[in-house]
Design a protein around this ligand. Structure first.
Ligand code: COA
Length: 151
């Protein structure tokens, strides 16, 4: 039986979310963004969608949409909430928001060893179109560049 509560997706970054976001980021990434990085992305053209279960932040997606291109900069789900379809809900909502803003394609980069994320992106039609050597640090790793057409 599923005893989880309903996931609520909230749009936009508020001051009160910044510490929650930075804490989640520190748990989810080996080279996390600091609070200030999120603070500088609180307004257009940035898009943030936050997944809450009750008042608990369980996942988020963020990036920016300008003209025909939307960049997905980060997406994460807290470890204890993974494999429940939360990233899928976030990505679907993010792609829809990008379409509404007029984007025709979405771009992202991902560590080449990140099988869960690559699996997620492939499920939504992203295809690799290049690589960036040593793009990541801690540990150093190449990025795979991926793109999907939004229609
Ligand atoms: C990648 C991540 C966001 C997926 O979150 P999630 O909520 O567990 O994903 P979902 O349950 O919505 O899964 C959606 C799809 O993603 C893929 N996927 C998710 N986890 C996977 C795993 N461990 N292995 C392979 N594919 C996986 C599958 O295609 C899955 O569809 P399915 O359940 O029908 O097989 C999560 O693992 C995470 O936060 N990782 C750390 C942060 C990170 O690396 N972010 C990406 C940065 S580019």
């Amino acid at each position: 039986m599923d005893n989880h509560n309903k996931i609520e997706i909230r749009k936009g970054l508020k001051e009160e979310y910044l510490p929650l976001l930075a804490a989640a980021e520190a748990v989810c990434f080996s080279d996390p963004w600091p609070t200030e990085a999120f603070q500088s992305e609180m307004n257009d053209p940035f898009i943030y969608l936050l997944a809450f279960e009750g008042e608990e932040l369980v996942g988020y997606v963020g990036g920016m949409s300008l003209y025909e291109t939307c960049d997905l900069n980060n997406i994460a789900v807290l470890p204890q909430h993974r494999r429940r379809g939360i990233a899928a809900q976030l990505l679907e909502a993010y792609m829809e928001e990008a379409r509404v803003r007029g984007a025709e394609q979405m771009l992202l980069e991902v560590r080449e060893s990140n099988a869960p994320a690559i699996g997620l992106y492939e499920r939504y039609g992203f295809k690799p179109y290049g690589k960036r050597k040593n793009y990541y640090r801690n540990p150093a790793e190449d990025a795979v560049l991926m793109v999907v057409t939004l229609c």
